[in-house]
Design a protein around this ligand. Structure first.
Ligand SMILES: [Zn+2]
Length: 553
């Protein structure tokens, strides 16, 4: 079945009154808050917002993009969250000033430490909270709203912060085992502008290899400082837009979930994520009546039936997280193109998932750091041995996906083509070097490596090195997904061949050994023909400024 524009139009025409009344009732639901949370809520100055009249029905109804039978598949949760943006009568999500005030209030009450991570290009503060009851505990890092226009993500992290600050809340029990660092809104400029990208038009979520944005650099600094064992990246997906109607249905799932999916991830890390985190997560979501599916992106073409399990570029936050040896999980609620529709449920989906993930981290607090250290040791031991995957492709298959009938809201199975990122096929492979040599003027690259906490040696005296040099053999547009900016001129991606030789490395040049845990992050950045390669983005001055060192120096 296809959804035609005409039919969508007919729904608009008959829309009306019943929906308006329904939404009016939803908005009038009382907030059920515990006394301590209520106290905090009053301290945040939200009493006035609570007294405001409910949203006008006609405004809300005008935003309803599908029949009530579809909307009925997404009832509001029983839980209410006392964030500014979810107050009865509110039509706007928590804004930047409200969020900053709320985080300061929580920190000021002694519940958490406020981490000031700097400011964006427009001067907006990047603020995180660190919940820690004792030193030396494993850390879980949760980052929300790298995409400014995905509001339920930031709202959910603020709701979680308020719960963690309340010793009586069940989720606060995780703090007996782990520390939690929350960056609720990683892209406040995007939020203020109502858009995905930051003020410079860059996609923060794709910038975790290049670190061109202050926002991604702030996340990198958090990781380098606190060395989390768990990284959760919180987003919202497109529920309606970009060609889903061509598949004959409406996206059904409350939450889409994904791990790191990029070449050269240690298999043991994927096993830890699957058994230690995703399986308990699915159980928790099922128990809460929250539907879930693997993360996928919508068809790129109007008649397309190909769904892709997200990207494999190493610069994506969740992929960089995996290459940094963290259990890395992506959560995407439904969906940022719905305006305020289903707002409490979207927030609730994230909160339930985050409770589960933090609970799993706490339950494994004694074993997880050791297991991750073993994974890191295995990666370090691979230097000078085996092979690196430079480029890979997903495994394409046909599968059944559940959508919703656009008229009745009933489950509607459809056959789709599915690019499976959990089964990557190597396309280009080369030997893994012992390390990389960098020319003395590759200072920009060295500075970025230092930001990650990568060990870089400065050669104190000239040294003869056995190397492989790159020679450019072809050049072409890197494609939109290799860039962090759709607006900027597409970077040129190169193809290379390798020539063995010796290098008389001068004093003051650099050596980046691969016998360290971040080896595959280093390789993704320094090999010149990967997606998001630093050479492609002019972070290396010349192609011969990086060379592969093939024997231990
Ligand atoms: Zn997003």
């Amino acid at each position: 079945m296809r959804v035609s524009a005409r039919r969508a139009g007919s729904w608009w025409g008959r829309g009306g009154r019943g929906v308006a009344a329904g939404l009016g009732r939803l908005c009038a639901l009382p907030v059920r808050a515990g006394a301590s949370v209520l106290g905090l809520w009053l301290a945040l100055g939200l009493g006035a917002a609570a007294a405001a009249p409910p949203a006008s029905g006609p405004t809300a109804a005008a935003a309803l993009p599908y029949p009530p039978a579809v909307a009925a598949r997404f009832p509001d949760p029983a839980e209410a969250y006392p964030t500014p943006g979810l107050q009865p009568g509110r039509e706007a999500w928590t804004d930047n000033a409200e969020l900053a005030a709320a985080l300061r209030t929580l920190a000021g009450a002694g519940a958490a430490e406020l981490l000031e991570l700097g400011r964006t290009e427009t001067g907006a503060e990047l603020l995180a909270l660190r919940f820690s009851r004792a030193p030396g505990r494993p850390v879980a890092l949760v980052v929300g709203q790298q995409h400014g226009n995905e509001p339920a993500a930031g709202e959910a992290l603020l709701a979680l912060a308020m719960q963690l600050a309340n010793p009586g809340h069940p989720v606060a029990a995780v703090l007996a085992k782990i520390d939690v660092v929350l960056l609720p809104r990683a892209n406040p400029d995007g939020t203020a502008l109502g858009r995905r990208s930051n003020a410079a038009g860059l996609d923060v979520n794709r910038d975790h290899l290049l670190l061109q944005t202050r926002e991604a650099a702030a996340v990198a600094a958090l990781v380098a400082q606190w060395r989390p064992v768990l990284f959760v990246d919180v987003h919202e997906h497109l529920a309606l837009g970009r060609h889903m109607p061509a598949l004959g249905g409406i996206k059904r799932h409350d939450l889409l979930i994904q791990f790191a999916t990029t070449p050269n991830l240690p298999p043991a890390l994927a096993a830890l994520a699957e058994q230690g985190f995703r399986q308990p997560l699915l159980q928790a979501l099922d128990a809460a009546g929250i539907s879930h599916e693997w993360y996928f992106t919508n068809p790129r073409e109007p008649e397309g039936r190909l769904l892709t399990m997200g990207g494999m570029q190493p610069g994506l936050a969740r992929n960089a997280g995996g290459l940094k040896q963290m259990v890395s999980v992506l959560l995407e609620s439904r969906g940022f193109d719905l305006g305020r529709l289903h707002a409490p449920r979207r927030v609730h989906s994230h909160v339930v998932a985050l409770h589960s993930l933090l609970g799993s981290a706490a339950a494994q607090a004694n074993s997880l750091p050791r297991q991750l250290a073993e994974v890191a040791a295995e990666v370090s031991a691979l230097a000078c041995r085996g092979s690196l995957v430079i480029e890979a492709a997903p495994t394409r298959r046909v599968r059944e996906l559940l959508l919703l009938d656009p008229d009745t809201g009933a489950d509607q199975p459809v056959q789709v083509d599915w690019d499976d990122m959990l089964a990557l096929q190597p396309l280009a492979v080369r030997s893994r070097p012992c390390g990389y040599w960098l020319a003395p003027d590759a200072t920009e690259a060295v500075a970025r490596l230092h930001r990650w906490g990568v060990r870089v040696q400065t050669l104190p005296a000239p040294r003869r090195l056995q190397v492989e040099r790159y020679t450019e053999t072809a050049r072409g547009p890197a494609g939109p997904r290799a860039s962090v900016s759709a607006a900027r001129e597409a970077p040129q991606r190169v193809a290379v061949s390798l020539q063995p030789g010796t290098l008389e490395a001068p004093a003051g040049s650099f050596y980046v050994p691969l016998d360290q845990p971040l080896a595959h992050l280093v390789a993704a950045a320094l090999e010149p023909d990967t997606a998001h390669a630093w050479f492609t983005h002019r972070l290396l001055p010349r192609l011969d400024a990086v060379q592969r060192v093939m024997a231990p120096p």
